[in-house]
Write a protein that binds this ligand. Structure first.
Ligand SMILES: *[C@@H]1O[C@H](CO)[C@@H](O)[C@H](O)[C@H]1NC(C)=O
Ligand SMILES: *[C@@H]1O[C@H](CO)[C@@H](O)[C@H](O)[C@H]1NC(C)=O
Length: 497
């Protein structure tokens, strides 16, 4: 267990704020199968998922069932929550598909953004993203916050911007979280992403305070106006922990093979990436973690609530789903197989994809055909979170917005937000050499707040934290002015061999 550069600077800068987070490592998946008790309860899901967390996940799963899980693949032994996302697959030229190696399991960040954060209630579940989306309607890359228009602030647009795919290349400065909202093309990844790609997605964190679920599993929740912080829209005033998932996929293993990558839901673009969560925490424990886990390192080891109850790597890794549903006994999501499990067709977009059918499916019979042209995604070159380019300071790491002073806010959809940003301090990963920075020339007056590193099972995780002071002035419709002062910390996480 290694860490740690000092957090003194961060602590000093953050004193007096409630900004904090922890990240829950889930070192291995409990299964790779067509299971989705949120969207397709009681049957086989339309497409495959990589599943993490409590072992008692079934076609229909209640809070009590998850609590009864014999084990979890996540580090805190009493977190029996269920976490899942689509898996990444490679389609060879001849139509054979196989799952891409997932590196290090999954990380679930619990970011404590906003005030008076409540634990997820019993029975709580939610979805982030939309499996059928195949295009992005905003500007590429994201305009700086100061230039966000009402259009950028709609829930639809915030949702599109809530996910991202980082091109990993540990010899270079890291790209910012959610910098790129689409999966780069294979050619691009072959050439630039020596360490694979990291898929990331933010869940909405503003709750309507009463429904633990909704028909589309999304409407009981809303994004705050900056996705990873900011203020909640009217009617969604209860702050829950902000969940952020990261998974790393070894795309580089297919460098010399012709073919293309596709998510298990038949999405080669990434726009349809999504994630699911079912609460499996003991509610009191989660509430006390929310109140107690305030160490800026984000390490579970540094939170007293988890002490004595953290699993070792082998313990996490041996936890598997308790009973694979019979309906899935003919499924082979990992492959090599003659197509994606569930017979999922590849849908390139840009139109909204046709709905996929849940339920029993024979083995794939139709090999996917590769489109003559690649999926319609733009090119967005590698940009470090620290470059002073178009993405501004907001582009870096995970931004944690801590609202120190929140005057009565107008409804989000009727506001314009102007931002002035000044970078007080930034962190950089220690592995970065001066030579590697040549293009992104980082001036020496960019102070480093802190960098932490931890190692497990040959994987080194590095967390870079930078802190930025931001002042946002929100102008209400009725010309009322509200001023909000925010402090941002940014965490960029890298996983490496
Ligand atoms: C879960 O634990 C219970 C109690 O120890 C045991 O009876 C049961 O067989 C376990 N289930 C599995 C699938 O291991
Ligand atoms: C882009 O996606 C949206 C939302 O699904 C859809 O309404 C629109 O038609 C798509 N655009 C194109 C060009 O297909």
């Amino acid at each position: 267990m290694k860490s740690v550069a000092s957090f003194t600077a961060a602590v000093a800068l953050l004193s007096g704020t409630t900004n904090a987070f922890w990240r829950m490592p889930c070192r291995e998946r409990i299964g790779l199968m067509r299971l989705d008790p949120i969207v397709d309860p009681g049957t086989a899901s339309s497409h495959g998922h990589t599943l993490h967390g409590g072992s008692n996940l079934q076609e229909e799963t209640t809070y009590e069932m998850l609590r009864d899980s014999n084990c979890t693949s996540c580090q805190f032994e009493d977190d029996k929550s269920a976490y899942w996302t689509p898996s990444l697959h490679f389609i060879h030229e001849n139509g054979k598909t196989e799952v891409v190696e997932q590196i290090g399991g999954m990380l679930a960040y619990y970011l404590l953004l906003g005030k008076d954060i409540k634990a997820f209630p019993k029975g709580f579940r939610m979805l982030a993203g939309d499996s059928r989306l195949r295009n992005f309607t905003g500007a590429v890359p994201d305009p700086p916050l100061a230039a966000w228009t009402e259009e950028d602030l709609t829930q639809f647009s915030l949702g599109q911007k809530s996910l991202g795919f980082n091109c990993l290349h540990y010899k270079k400065p890291a790209e910012g979280a959610r910098y790129r909202h689409f999966l780069p093309t294979k050619d691009y990844m072959d050439e630039n992403c020596a360490d694979g790609i990291r898929a990331e997605i933010f869940f909405p964190s503003c709750w309507n305070g009463k429904d633990v679920d909704s028909d589309n599993h999304k409407d009981h929740m809303a994004y705050p106006n900056m996705i990873d912080g900011g203020v909640c829209p009217e009617g969604f005033d209860t702050r829950l922990p902000s969940l952020f998932y990261e998974t790393i996929w070894n795309t580089q293993a297919f460098k010399d093979f012709p073919g293309q990558f596709v998510w298990s839901n038949g999405d080669p673009t990434g726009y349809g990436y999504h994630a699911d969560f079912i609460n499996g925490w003991d509610i009191d424990t989660l509430q006390s973690a929310v109140e107690t886990c305030t160490d800026p390192s984000g390490k579970t080891e540094d939170c007293p609530v988890f002490s004595g109850a953290l699993l070792s790597e082998p313990e996490m890794m041996q936890c598997k789903i308790e009973s694979q549903p019979k309906i899935l006994s003919n499924d082979d999501c990992a492959g090599p197989a003659d197509g994606l499990c569930g017979n999922v067709p590849v849908q390139y977009g840009p139109a909204y994809a046709a709905a996929l059918k849940p339920g029993d499916h024979a083995e794939p019979t139709v090999k996917p055909t590769l489109a003559s042209s690649a999926a319609p995604v733009p090119t967005l070159s590698y940009a470090s979170a620290r470059s002073k380019g178009a993405t501004d300071a907001y582009g870096g790491g995970i931004s944690v917005y801590n609202v120190e002073e929140t005057p009565a806010m107008p409804t989000l959809t009727s506001t314009s937000v102007s931002t002035s940003t000044s970078v007080e301090a930034e962190a950089e990963t220690p592995a970065v050499t001066a030579a590697a920075l040549a293009d992104d020339a980082i001036s020496s007056d960019d102070g480093i707040v802190s960098t932490s590193t931890y190692t497990s099972e040959g994987i080194v995780y590095e967390v870079a934290i930078k802190e930025i002071a931001v002042t946002v002035t929100v102008e209400a419709k009725r010309r009322r002015h509200a001023h909000m002062h925010r402090r941002d910390r940014e965490h960029g996480l890298l996983g490496r061999h």
